[in-house]
Design a protein around this ligand. Sequence first.
Ligand code: MTE
Ligand code: MO
Length: 219
Amino acid sequence: MTSLPPGQRAIGEFPRFGTQIRVRPVVPDRLVLRVGGDVETPCEIDFAELAALPRVEQLSDFHCVVTWSRLGLRWSGVRFADVFERLIASRARPRARARYVIFRGFDGGFFCTLPLEDALRPNVLLADRLDGKPLTLGHGAPLRVVAPDHYGYKSCKHLAAIDFGEDSIRGVGLIQHPRGRVAAEERGRVLPGWFYRVLNSRVLLPALLARFRKYQDPT
Ligand SMILES: Nc1nc2c(c(=O)[nH]1)N[C@H]1C(S)=C(S)[C@@H](COP(=O)(O)O)O[C@H]1N2
Ligand SMILES: [Mo]
């Protein structure tokens, strides 16, 4: 929380952002997480079961790959590690070769991958509150991933499903880095971090921030 990671700049606001700008997320009637992919038993986790896990509150910074950062957000929710260990591991039984988690949102097919090892870090949350209030639709209601050590595109909003698999499932194609750690500037697949840094900050940042400021409320 003290200094910014390489190539990032702090902004005062926390804008709604992402790839699904034009999609109006529709919250499903039944609040469940579907668990599937390379598992022994695909299953569902009811949101009520999440509510029985220990609640945590966490202050963390948020770093979007296009180079804006928002410092000191106060999230609350449950740890993904608790969800995995207490609900997913015994019920779904992911296969040992499935080293990646794929998080899927219900806004038009958004998904992202994280190595399971990274997703199990204690600061990776499934959050339902931000700065003391229920998550807004713009910021990923009813439940979103928060992975502060990874670029924002790993923090899947509107979480609907958790699949297990391999890195061959490639998120946003060429763009998404399989790991996406901020400290290592793993901004994108194939090209080095500095290349995406320059491209993103000069081209994507101004264009996307301007557009998203118009679409803060997706309702
Ligand atoms: N479901 C979903 N999750 C998503 C996105 C999205 O478009 N859809 N965009 C990602 C990107 S690129 C960023 S920077 C953050 C933005 O989160 P925010 O809108 O709460 O600022 O969400 C990430 N998670
Ligand atoms: Mo982002």
